[in-house]
Design a protein. Structure first.
Length: 318
């Protein structure tokens, strides 16, 4: 009996819902989802607390009773669920967040019927994940300016996030972020085949913007690394060299036109394990002005950050 056939005979679906994700009608959608899943004859368990979810799901998995888990929320919720389940457990995303990049990449929607249909068919795909200082992420990491925006949002968040919240903090960062220089350093235990740096690569460059992508999607539909592959065991690292508002507007315009790869200021590489650090972080004791990082839209902390790939770590239900 194949793993898929075995899962089809398992009868429990566990749903984790992040009450902070999405609009106010999210609760109604969750109720509809739970009802639809139960109408298929499955036992359905719903959770808000991650620790309770983790304990129960791991018990169900060990007993062979777990059919699938559903992450109902944003990209951060999906990563939190993936962190807490075995890599062979099928995961479906029910998108209720602001950007929902993972769901957009796989063309998922917040439709209870299509979600239940997918869990019934059980067609899956193993994708890579990665860790940033030990914390798992599925989609991307942003270092520098966009992380500063996320940090401000993280610090001031009181409820549901709307797109206009981001624009407010983007303006705030434009006038205060100092664009410190950043660099990428391969980790010593990377195999020789993966050490693809040369004299023109990021290991010898000082850049102002860095983007790390596992999937070919980014916020606001920016196609920074449209050729990123989700199961190749590598991450796409892209950079822009110059900081400041004028350069940022130039880069944004080029991204919108899909011409950023033609810029002399732009570099892109693929690598598995590496470290990102700030070069000579003057005044680093002032955490507001230090470079930081964000993963899947959640603030991670200040640099340095060590990023490692986890090949085919997550099993997505298509």
């Amino acid at each position: 009996m194949s793993d898929t056939d075995s899962l089809k005979q398992s009868d429990t679906v566990a749903v984790l819902h992040n009450p902070k994700s999405g609009a106010r009608h999210a609760i109604e959608l969750i109720d509809e989802l739970l009802a639809e899943l139960r109408s298929r004859g499955w036992n359905v368990e719903s959770f808000h607390d991650l620790n309770t979810f983790e304990q129960r799901v791991n018990l169900l998995f060990s007993e062979g009773k777990l059919r699938a888990v559903v992450a109902a929320g944003g990209d951060g919720t999906a990563a939190a669920v993936a962190t807490r389940v075995n890599q062979s457990v099928p995961l479906r995303v029910f998108p209720l967040g602001t950007e929902n990049l993972l769901a957009k990449n796989f063309q998922f929607d917040a439709n209870p019927v299509t979600t239940a249909n997918a869990i019934e068919r059980m067609k899956t795909h193993q994708i890579d994940a990665a860790t940033a200082n030990g914390k798992l992420f599925l989609i991307m990491a942003g270092i520098g300016f966009d992380a500063d925006v996320v940090r401000r949002l993280h610090t001031n968040r009181t409820g549901h996030i709307r797109r206009w919240h981001y624009w407010w903090y983007i303006v705030a960062s434009v006038f205060s972020y100092r664009f410190p220089k950043l660099r990428v350093i391969p980790i010593a235990d990377v195999t020789p085949e993966e050490k693809i740096f040369d004299s023109n690569s990021l290991s010898n460059a000082e850049v102002a913007w860095l983007f790390v992508q596992n999937l070919p999607c980014y916020a606001d539909n920016l196609a920074i690394a449209k050729h990123a592959i989700d199961d190749d065991g590598l991450l796409n690292v892209s950079s822009f060299r110059l900081g400041g508002l004028v350069s940022g507007l130039k880069y944004f315009y080029a991204l919108r036109r899909g011409q950023h790869s033609l810029l002399e200021d732009f570099q892109s590489i693929c690598i598995s394990d590496f470290r990102i650090e700030e070069i000579d972080p003057k005044g680093s004791e002032n955490k507001t002005n230090s470079a930081s990082y964000q993963i899947d839209g959640d603030w991670g902390g200040n640099l340095p950050v060590e990023i490692r790939v986890l090949p085919k770590r997550v099993r997505i239900i298509l």
